[in-house]
Design a protein around this ligand. Structure first.
Ligand SMILES: Nc1nc2c(c(=O)[nH]1)N[C@H]1C(S)=C(S)[C@@H](COP(=O)(O)O)O[C@H]1N2
Ligand SMILES: [Mo]
Length: 410
């Protein structure tokens, strides 16, 4: 039988639930203070706010992107408040931003996408024409290759938003690149694809044709609505698992070519200088990474007792296979529970129940992906790559919780 309204609202039900023997044994009740039930007369008796055309969040919910002080606020990046997000989807207004020349204002009625190069039928699509084509939706993360870049030289700087917040995860809807290129008719000798945006920096990247034919997406929607201007409205390229800058926003052309074009954004930038003075180029795939988002740097645990350790893991090589958590500075590891379904090239949420005894402790997480790749320690990573890199830092991240409950980055 469906409980009536009064029963559903009865705060006593919740208390009864929390004092169930099993939960009490797990120490869960320590996380919840015994409270007075809200008296019926304290509940609102007047009408609430009126209906609205577009939803706003509660005024009490204040999670926001971090906007750094910038000489040119158009050229820079903001970060997702990972400690305040749950599950695997980043709300679009909290998706990190990285712009090389600001957010262009584009009228979708005037914007077009040109497909040309080594194709039989060069084609220009309007946005409406793109939307008529067969579509797909996929949940994918986007991570800037510069995310956690500070950790190369200054480990322990910042909290989880500053240090890891240039990664977000959305459901993207659009047309597979494969469909567009097959419609245009690929010619012999086609091996790479150039993608260019319509903003002032003319960011363009060369991408292996094999990859974009496999899962490249020309996306016009994010989390069920039109892509936001800062994410590339009206249309962007999504290259699942590849470094953020290949996900060209405000996409205006795809050109099929026979070789990479050595664009400014793949020579002057987005290469990784190794200890021997040579640079790695076209390091597209984002390596497996994980971070504990709760508890994490800058936050404070109220008192000893039950906590759920929560975090995110992702990899550019498919699915996350396993996430292990260590509570003793990396000596012993225990497998965390992974949220299902585990999707390829998407955030994977991990969780682990934990009872804090009030003593100083170091917590960290380590991801393993389906290719067998294990997230390295900072030492192993810098041993292999040196300290000249700015990009692709994915070393294990530790947080230290002091006896006062304060969480620090180490
Ligand atoms: N046209 C264009 N596309 C772009 C960029 C840009 O400045 N212009 N920035 C790139 C970089 S460096 C990253 S990390 C991602 C960030 O995507 P987001 O702003 O949606 O998070 O977009 C990429 N696509
Ligand atoms: Mo980026």
């Amino acid at each position: 039988m469906r409980p009536n309204r009064k029963q559903r609202l009865n705060p006593m039900d919740r208390r009864k639930f929390l004092t169930t023997a099993g939960l009490a044994a797990a120490g869960l009740t320590a996380a919840c203070k015994e409270g007075k039930p809200v008296a019926e007369k304290e509940l609102p008796s007047e009408l609430g706010a009126k209906v609205s055309a577009y939803g706003e969040r509660s005024k009490y919910d204040t999670a926001k992107r971090l906007v750094p002080e910038l000489k040119r606020p158009e050229i820079g990046s903001t970060t997702t408040p990972l400690a305040d997000t749950e599950g695997i989807i980043t709300p679009a207004p909290l998706h990190f931003e990285r712009h090389h020349a600001g957010v262009p204002e584009i009228d979708p009625a005037k914007h077009t996408l040109l497909i040309h190069g080594l194709v039989d039928r060069p084609t220009v699509y309007t946005i409406d024409e793109l939307k008529r084509l067969p579509s797909e939706s996929h949940i994918y993360f986007v991570e800037c290759s510069g995310n956690s870049g500070r950790e190369w030289k200054a480990p322990g700087a910042g909290d989880v938003q500053k240090g890891f917040g240039m990664a977000s995860c959305s459901e993207w809807t659009g047309v597979p690149v494969r469909l567009l290129l097959e419609e245009a008719g690929l010619q012999k000798g086609s091996k790479w694809m150039l993608a260019e945006g319509a903003d002032a920096c003319k960011l363009f990247r060369s991408l292996p044709l094999e990859k974009v034919l496999k899962d490249g997406l020309v996306a016009y929607a994010q989390n069920g609505e039109a892509i936001r201007p800062s994410q590339g409205y009206p249309v962007r390229l999504i290259v699942p698992g590849y470094e953020g800058n290949t996900n060209i926003k405000w996409l205006r052309q795809l050109k099929v070519v026979d070789q990479p074009y050595m664009a400014k954004d793949e020579t002057s930038k987005y290469t990784d200088l190794m200890p021997d003075g040579k640079a790695r180029q076209f390091t597209f795939e984002m390596d497996a990474k994980s971070v504990i988002t709760h508890p994490s740097g800058g936050r404070k645990l109220a008192d000893p007792g039950f906590y759920e350790i929560r975090g995110l893991a992702w990899t550019g090589r498919g699915r996350i296979e396993k996430v292990e958590v260590s509570m003793d500075g990396g000596v012993t590891w225990k497998a965390a529970q992974l949220q299902e379904p585990r999707l390829a090239m998407a955030f994977t949420r991990f969780r682990m129940p934990w009872k804090w005894d009030g003593r100083e402790v170091q917590i960290m997480s380590r991801a393993v992906d389906e290719s067998g790749y294990v997230q390295p320690s900072r030492e192993a990573l810098t041993e292999a790559r040196g300290l000249n890199s700015n990009y692709h830092f994915n070393g294990i991240k530790a947080w230290r919780i002091g006896a006062d409950g304060e969480v620090h980055s180490v």
